[in-house]
Unconditional design. Structure first.
Ligand SMILES: C[S@@+](CC[C@H](N)C(=O)[O-])C[C@H]1O[C@@H](n2cnc3c(N)ncnc32)[C@H](O)[C@@H]1O
Length: 253
């Protein structure tokens, strides 16, 4: 169900697992952060599947997005490197494999250094080799494409020389976003979609976020003159995204 739309932006309140949600190849760039299955208290989505169910969920949405993407589309997938809540799992490695099974071709991995050391609460065996835990305070932005990496059509890029130099180095350092400030349990900071959009898409391209949450990707797409569509299963988050876009981009008509 279309929750909101104007000439260049659309917010859709729907389940991304619905294969019939879109019926054409319209996406140039996907920037998204799926649910991590770490027991986050989302408004609608149940974030406590078994790991096998989670991998099946990942395959299904990745396949849908693949089918809705243009041949030159790119996918920037923000996931944790690994997880330790509810069993240690190499999430980044597993999702990379599943995305490839869904048809996506692997391009590269950007390591996002969140500089979040407050996560370091579980040491395992303190100062003993018995069973110490190593936790990396980073997340990944795994970059894929549909059929060919090099775009065949010409377009306008709006990235500056300094941004290009800095961002093509695959170690990105900026802070995470405050859940409280945004009013969503897992928002990413605006810097993340901003960089992906400027580095990987042309002005006027169609940016898609299948898990739009508080609308961060749409805000940056709109501010950089891209078209954008965001989907979320929660009506409450669709409303939050609309309110936030209105506040950050300007009144929506
Ligand atoms: C990690 S959050 C995304 C946050 C977003 N990047 C932001 O900056 O606010 C994941 C979102 O996926 C939504 N979601 C979970 N399952 C979904 C599904 N099956 N279809 C569509 N959205 C879903 C949740 O409601 C949640 O808002």
């Amino acid at each position: 169900m279309i929750f909101y739309q104007n000439d260049s932006l659309q917010i859709v309140n729907a389940d991304i697992l619905d294969v019939g949600l879109f019926d054409e190849e319209f996406i140039d760039l996907i920037v998204t952060s799926p649910p991590y299955n770490v027991g986050i208290d989302y408004e609608t989505h149940e974030d406590t599947m078994s790991y096998e169910e989670y991998l099946d969920f990942s395959y299904r949405w990745l396949k849908n997005c693949y089918n809705w993407s243009k041949k030159s589309a790119r996918l920037c997938l923000n996931v944790p490197l690994d997880k330790n809540k509810g069993g240690l799992k190499p999430v980044g490695a597993d999702i990379t494999k599943i995305a490839q099974e869904a048809g996506w071709k692997y391009q590269s991995t950007i390591v996002w250094n969140e500089g979040n050391i407050s996560r370091r609460t579980a040491w395992g065996s303190w100062m003993s080799a018995s069973a110490p835990y190593v936790i990396a305070p980073v997340e990944l932005i795994i970059v894929f494409y549909k059929e060919q990496w090099k775009k065949t059509h010409k377009g306008e890029s709006d990235i500056t020389r300094d941004e290009f130099m800095e961002w093509t180095n695959g170690l990105w350092t900026f802070s995470g976003e405050s859940k409280k400030r945004i009013g969503h349990p897992a928002p990413f900071p605006r810097e993340l979609p901003r960089r992906c959009i400027k580095l990987f898409s042309y002005v006027g391209d169609m940016v898609f976020d299948p898990f739009v949450g508080s609308g961060t990707t749409i805000i940056e797409a709109a501010l950089h003159n891209r078209k954008a569509i965001g989907v979320d299963i929660s009506k409450e988050y669709c409303q939050l995204a609309k309110d936030r876009i209105e506040k950050e981009v300007g009144v929506l008509v």
